[in-house]
Design a protein. Structure first.
Length: 201
């Protein structure tokens, strides 16, 4: 009889623990969802200040000012891929070539009206190293090296979470979509839909 009561007590304790864990996960999920929703709401309600003139432009820094003017005046859409100092900059630079498929698939119908822009803001102690890597990897891409954190300083609404560091802008630098389409077919479809709808107006 005592053994049976112990087993029942053990089962009740186990079920209580499971219920507590599930409740905790539910609360975390609700809080996280709320945080994501409020973060996106804040991002969508403001314009992005690209501040490209305050960065080094690659592959050719000599044409940086001309490129900035072109981007600001003629690009109806800009896909920004931002890497801050907390992320692995060399890792993200090595993935740049993977964006070729995205650019061809998402932007191919828009020519010069759509621009893919990479902004890297590495730790100060690694700037020389990253500058060398960027020079070797910048052919065919528009890459900006932000050595003074001008992008982050000008856009406080962008959170530290890297999930929010890729976004699509319209010609007024308003955010149309947040999220990376690089390895996500659903996000890629959303980007294409937004561009198609915007281009039909």
């Amino acid at each position: 009889m005592k053994a049976k009561k112990k087993r029942i007590r053990a089962v009740l304790v186990f079920l209580t623990i499971i219920a507590s864990v599930l409740y905790f996960l539910l609360v975390i999920n609700i809080k996280t969802g709320s945080t994501v929703e409020s973060t996106l709401s804040r991002m969508y309600s403001t314009r992005i200040n690209l501040s490209l003139s305050g960065m080094e432009c690659f592959p050719n820094s000599v044409v940086a000012s001309e490129d900035v003017n072109t981007i600001n005046s003629t690009s109806l859409y800009k896909l920004i891929v931002f890497t801050d100092s907390t992320e692995c900059t060399p890792c993200n630079i090595s993935r740049i070539k993977d964006w070729n498929d995205v650019a061809q698939d998402v932007f191919s119908d828009y020519g010069g009206n759509a621009k893919l822009i990479f902004i890297f803001s590495p730790p100060q102690k690694r700037i020389q190293e990253i500058r060398k890597i960027v020079k070797e990897s910048s052919e065919g891409w528009t890459i900006y090296l932000d050595t003074a954190n001008v992008f982050q300083n000008a856009n406080k609404q962008i959170p530290e979470n890297r999930l929010f560091h890729t976004f699509l802008l319209n010609e007024d630098n308003e955010i149309l979509c947040v999220g990376s389409p690089l390895y996500n077919d659903n996000m890629r479809h959303i980007y294409k839909k937004i561009l198609k709808e915007g281009n039909s107006h």
